[in-house]
Ligand binder design. Structure first.
Ligand code: H79
Length: 583
């Protein structure tokens, strides 16, 4: 059993860490590693969604248009000629590229990616390929992207451009949402043309322009590949190939991986074995939307950045500047608060690798190799009430344990079996995230704390679940830790819970959950190729144990069990644990 545990532990390591073993890498991998190096070290960038949509800012003809503001043209079905009129008003005279770059830098961001053209088709740069651009079509007689490129150069910030290569609602050949379903464009006056007319006539020439005229981009960020053809993708890729150092994402054409993948508006529950970057808004909308007050707290943003780093990914955090050219004040506040934390604790984020641990109920871990050993950065979100921080299954010589913000502040520690116990001294902790550094010797081995069979039971608490949330939708969230942890706000039927567990003895198991359900709900339990539908009765506003039925576990099964809501039968379910009990 222990061996299988080790197998899963190693498997998890492979899944969660960027591979380290230089000797075993082929030439192509080494080249890719060199290309990705600055980006992997950076961990944190700024996304900027800025365009004509900042003028209506979510409202058209006095009506609030639901959803993300840069989609207003499509959502309000605005005719091309009417939307074009926004150019007459677009005059963001308060725009100051250096202020933006300095703010990003203060926040600890190492790169900026800005919309050079979004789905509305309007270019935010001077383009000879289309007059529908900020210099030729608006009273604003400046090229804001040129100014941004200069400011980035000056302050040492890397620069990327977002370019919507498939959707272009302004062009007869551009794609739009539902084009593949055969639905017409909402504007009957826009006569349709083949995609390649637009690709060769606008997209390729504009991509050439942005690659040539802005001092060399570090990233080209494609979006929404839906409707792309291989022919169109190849035409664009040919331009990219002229810049072998530039990174691209995986959104040019569905089958092509690019240099990194792009989870949007959700954080993957575990590490991935390729490079990835979460793009995320601070409120709901990407583009500026005046009534969007759904701001995430600075605390949750800092923890999100650390969570992502602990899984080996990057965070591209969005701002949506106004039509005047200002970053909204709530965003500025948050970036400053993130910056204050990063200035003291950035060492635990930049250039780190993913956590070698399975789950740490009190927070997260990032790692770095030091000359004489390893550095484990323990990010403590919730210091356990008994004052003892338990680092599970750590086999290593401990050289030092100290507070990152004050290296003289040492912690006392001892081992209990394989667990390292760190005692909280009476220091002022950071309520957002206190970073404790553990310095170990070169040799370090970690035994996974994955749930396993004890006294005939496998207990899988809420804080050991992988929550797979949908990008656009309601997110189930974990609160609390240990025996008090609970998954709440599980209302979206697309949100799935998954637990990995260690080899159990083969046999039949009864599955019990401790849940609270508003109304009678159904979910699908799945393990390998076995699945069953289970019912959760309404529980009258208290947590109750519910029997989900029986499942058989074989030696050869994948030890992953998942719970997926049944769409038509789902209320709001809170969950504290899932337990498998051997019969
Ligand atoms: O640029 C940002 C978004 O505008 C863009 N990607 C990020 C980085 C994006 N385009 N499409 N999508 C994201 C996903 C599509 C969501 C949709 Fe909808 C759901 C399209 C129609 C339904 C959201 C809700 C947009 C309109 C309604």
């Amino acid at each position: 059993m222990k061996q299988l545990g080790l197998f899963f532990g190693i498997l998890f390591l492979i899944l969660s860490c960027a591979p380290k073993n230089q000797e075993q890498k082929d030439e192509a991998t080494l080249k890719q590693d060199a290309k990705m190096e600055w980006w992997r070290d950076a961990r944190f960038g700024m996304f900027v969604h800025w365009g004509l949509y900042a003028i209506p800012a979510g409202e058209w003809k006095g009506k609030e248009i639901p959803g993300i503001s840069e989609w207003i043209m499509a959502r309000a079905e605005i005719p091309v000629k009417d939307y074009e009129k926004l150019t007459e008003e677009f005059n963001p005279v308060k725009y100051n590229a250096e202020e933006w770059v300095k703010l990003a830098k203060f926040a600890g961001m190492k790169y900026i990616v800005i919309t050079s053209k979004h789905h509305d088709g309007f270019a935010m740069f001077h383009s000879k390929a289309s007059p529908y651009n900020i210099v030729d079509a608006t009273p604003f007689d400046r090229d804001p992207l040129k100014e941004l490129a200069d400011a980035c150069e000056k302050y040492g910030i890397r620069l990327g451009f977002y370019y919507s290569q498939a959707q272009d609602w302004h062009e007869p050949g551009g794609t739009y949402y539902n084009i593949e379903q055969g639905e017409p464009h909402w504007d009957p006056d826009l006569k349709r043309e083949p995609l390649m007319n637009y690709i060769n006539g606008k997209a390729v020439p504009q991509v050439k322009e942005i690659l040539e005229n802005y001092g060399g981009l570090d990233i080209l960020w494609w979006d929404t590949p839906r409707g792309m053809t291989e022919e169109a993708a190849k035409a664009l890729q040919a331009e990219v190939d002229k810049y072998p150092e530039m990174l691209t994402n995986n959104r040019l054409y569905r089958p092509w991986p690019g240099d990194f993948s792009t989870p949007e508006q959700h954080v993957p529950p575990t590490g991935l074995d390729y490079d990835w970057e979460v793009c995320m808004t601070m409120n709901t909308s990407w583009g500026y939307k005046k009534n969007d007050d759904n701001w995430k707290s600075s605390e949750s943003l800092i923890r999100m950045l650390v969570d992502i780093a602990s899984k080996g990914g990057n965070l591209l955090l969005n701002v949506g500047p106004t039509a005047e050219g200002l970053i909204p004040e709530p965003s500025v506040e948050r970036l400053k608060e993130i910056g204050q934390w990063m200035q003291k604790n950035g060492e635990s984020v930049y250039g780190t690798s993913a956590s070698p641990f399975f789950k740490l109920p009190w927070g997260r871990c990032t790692t770095k190799e030091a000359e004489s050993g390893n550095l484990l950065y323990l990010h403590v979100f919730d210091w356990p009430r008994d004052g003892v921080l338990r680092v599970p299954g750590l086999d290593a010589r401990i050289k030092d344990v100290y507070l990152l913000t004050n290296k003289k502040q040492k912690f006392s520690y001892k081992f209990e079996g394989e667990d390292l116990l760190i005692h909280a001294p009476s220091v002022i902790f950071d309520p957002i995230n206190t970073v404790v550094v553990v310095k170990t010797g070169k040799k370090m081995e970690i035994t996974s704390n994955m749930p396993s069979l004890k006294d005939g039971k496998i207990l899988m608490p809420a804080d050991f679940a992988d929550i797979h949330n949908p990008g656009y939708g309601t997110h189930a969230v974990l609160s609390g830790s240990g025996t008090e942890s609970v998954i709440q706000n599980w209302v979206d039927h697309r949100a799935r819970l998954e637990w990995m567990f260690n080899a159990a003895e083969a046999g039949n198991y009864r599955m019990e959950v401790l849940v609270k359900a508003e109304k009678s709900s159904k979910l699908n339990v799945k393990m390998g190729d076995k699945s069953l539908e289970a019912e959760i009765p309404a529980t009258n506003d208290k947590f109750e144990i519910v029997n989900l039925g029986e499942i058989e576990i074989n030696e050869t099964d994948d030890k992953i069990i998942s719970l997926t809501p049944v769409q038509e039968n789902w209320g709001n379910v809170g969950l504290m644990y899932l337990e498998l009990i051997k019969i």
